[in-house]
Structures are given as structure tokens and as C-alpha cells.
Design a binder for this molecule. Structure first.
Ligand SMILES: [Zn+2]
Length: 134
């Protein structure tokens, strides 16, 4: 079964593994040593996990997703408007903080899966920076 669909790093499988905090290469090893701290290599297959640029992208993406999926829809509920801000604001910010902290490792894992699927690594990252003069 070596058809055209049989690519080396399947995109959705790689992202799905990352979302589950798993190594995109084998789907077995944990990618995090602790919260958001990516292991240098996968414990199960030895895949180099440190090579994927995952600094600003995942955080930006998480904020974007939460802004669209939670903040936007929340504004359609009148209770958000009718509650005095000194009560609603701490609750909203608290919920957003918790949701963000829960979402961030998954988004970052999915991001690493995406980098894996696209075979992007640190070397490309340097190539794509704006400063091309050196
Ligand atoms: Zn692995």
C-alpha cells in the first residue's frame, strides 16, 4: 500500500498526536517533561523534539483561538453585559486564564506535530527571519 496518500509525515496524524501530548513520530512518548517544557528527545523512539521552533507561534495561536471561540461568543450572552464589571471581570479573567493554561500545552503539541509534518526545524526558522543580511 504505497500509494500517493502514503506520505512520510501524515499531517493530521502528526497534529493529533501532538494535541494528545504525544511524540509526532511514534505517538507513544510524552513530548513534555513538565508543563510546556518539551523533552529534548522522545523517550520511546529517540526522535529529536528540540529541533522544532515552538516559541511564539503556539502562544499566539492559543490567544487567537480563545479570542474567537470563547471571548467572541461570550459577548452574545446578556448576562456578560448585565453583571457589574467588578463581579464579572475577575470571573471572566479567571476562566480565561484557566482555559488558556489548559489549552496551551495542547496547542503547542499540535504545533510541534504540524512542524513535524511540514518538516520544519530550527535551521528553517533562522532562514525565515527578516534579517537576511548576515
Ligand atoms: Zn517518539
Amino acid at each position: 500500500m504505497a500509494g500517493m496518500a502514503e506520505i512520510h509525515h501524515p499531517l493530521f496524524r502528526s497534529i493529533k498526536r501532538g494535541l494528545a501530548h504525544r511524540c509526532p513520530n511514534c505517538g507513544k512518548g510524552e513530548i513534555y517533561g513538565r508543563y510546556l517544557k518539551v523533552r529534548p528527545t522522545c523517550k520511546a523512539c529517540g526522535h529529536d523534539l528540540a529541533r522544532y521552533p515552538a516559541d511564539d507561534g503556539p502562544a499566539y495561536l492559543t490567544i487567537l483561538l480563545i479570542g474567537h471561540l470563547i471571548v467572541g461568543p461570550a459577548l452574545f450572552f446578556p448576562v456578560v453585559w448585565e453583571t457589574p464589571p467588578q463581579i464579572s471581570l475577575p470571573i471572566i479573567l479567571g476562566v480565561l486564564t484557566v482555559v488558556t493554561l489548559l489549552a496551551l500545552p495542547r496547542v503547542k503539541g499540535g504545533w510541534i506535530g504540524l512542524m513535524y509534518a511540514l518538516q520544519v526545524n530550527d535551521r528553517d526558522h533562522r532562514l525565515h527571519t527578516a534579517d537576511a543580511s548576515d
